[in-house]
Ligand binder design. Structure first.
Ligand code: NAD
Length: 270
């Protein structure tokens, strides 16, 4: 089995595709040992071939399955002598539509993958993070955690939950020397986005379509920083500020034209 042999190590969920995959590439390129986990085994195999078998541990993991998550962490710890420099809880699914029309089993799938999966990961990996000086617990929230977004209400709510959890734990985990941070990406060009959303993405502004490597770079910078929230692109922070300062105004803008129109108005105002 591949071994870290003293290299720094990152454990990534949702690593077979999109931003998880780009993060695996970027960190492997910087000499880190990569643990890549996903339900997509074919994607993991491709990634392993690209990174080299000696540079990564790949394993199927369903983040909603706590026992499976524990076993994946055991396998990882056996390769890293019990160390974990960066836990990246990134796996997620997007299911949208009006809440009233959503199948409830689908609603719970979103909650389980996007939030319970993150709880599983952090709770189980904490002993490894505590055993590793300078470690970082990183999560993928979303620009949909700046304001509750209609038609992806549950998805948006899970991302608020991830953001809130990260903030709270960034304070609690200080006692262990473990940092916590998250990324709030806008529209990133990955398979999770419906083609229609990509086709209608504006050419400029905070909701322009962004390559997933930009999120990978934010993860890298986050490891070397104490910053809490990593908006990708950085201007998205304006949406976060506006919704905190004027929730009713933001609600009206989103109700009138959706988050893109709201962002557009804020762009004009700033
Ligand atoms: P993606 O679909 O390319 O990657 C998500 C990965 O998660 C896939 O490989 C998928 O197989 C995996 N996954 C799904 N369910 C899983 C499970 N139960 N256990 C383990 N792995 C599972 O999409 P992405 O855009 O790279 O998504 C990564 C994260 O970014 C997600 O949390 C997503 O919600 C979030 N996000 C995406 C965007 C965007 O515009 N693409 C914006 C904000 C946040």
């Amino acid at each position: 089995m591949a071994q870290a042999n003293g290299r720094k190590s990152i454990f990534i969920t949702g690593a077979a595709s999109g931003m998880g995959r780009e993060t695996a590439r970027l960190f492997a390129g910087k000499g880190w040992f990569v643990g890549a986990f996903d339900v997509n085994e074919a994607g993991l195999k491709e990634l392993q071939a690209e990174l080299g078998v000696g540079n990564c541990l790949v394993r199927r993991l369903d983040v909603t399955d706590r026992a499976d998550y524990a076993a994946a962490l055991d396998a990882f710890a056996a390769a890293t002598e019990g160390k974990l420099d960066l836990l990246y809880n990134n796996a997620g699914i997007g299911r949208g539509g009006p809440f009233a029309d959503q199948d409830f089993a689908e609603v719970m799938d979103v909650v389980n993958v996007n939030f319970v999966g993150v709880l599983n990961g952090i709770h189980l990996a904490l002993p490894l993070l505590k055993a590793t000086p300078g470690s970082l617990c990183f999560t993928t929230s979303s620009s949909s955690a700046t304001y509750g977004m209609p038609n992806i209400a549950v998805y948006s709510a899970t991302k608020h939950a991830v953001k809130g959890l990260t903030e709270a734990l960034s304070i609690e985990f200080r006692a262990y020397g473990v940092r916590c941070a998250d990324t709030l990406p806008g529209l990133i060009d990955t398979p999770i986005l419906p083609q229609e959303a990509k086709d209608h993405a504006p050419k400029e502004g905070m909701f322009r379509l962004i390559p997933p490597v930009e999120v990978a770079k934010a993860v890298w910078e986050a490891y070397h920083s104490d910053k809490l929230h990593w908006f990708v692109p950085a201007e998205l922070v304006e949406l976060d500020r506006a919704s905190a300062l004027d929730p009713e105004g933001t609600r009206n803008l989103i109700a009138q034209g959706g988050p893109l129109a709201a962002a557009d108005e804020m762009g004009k105002a700033s």
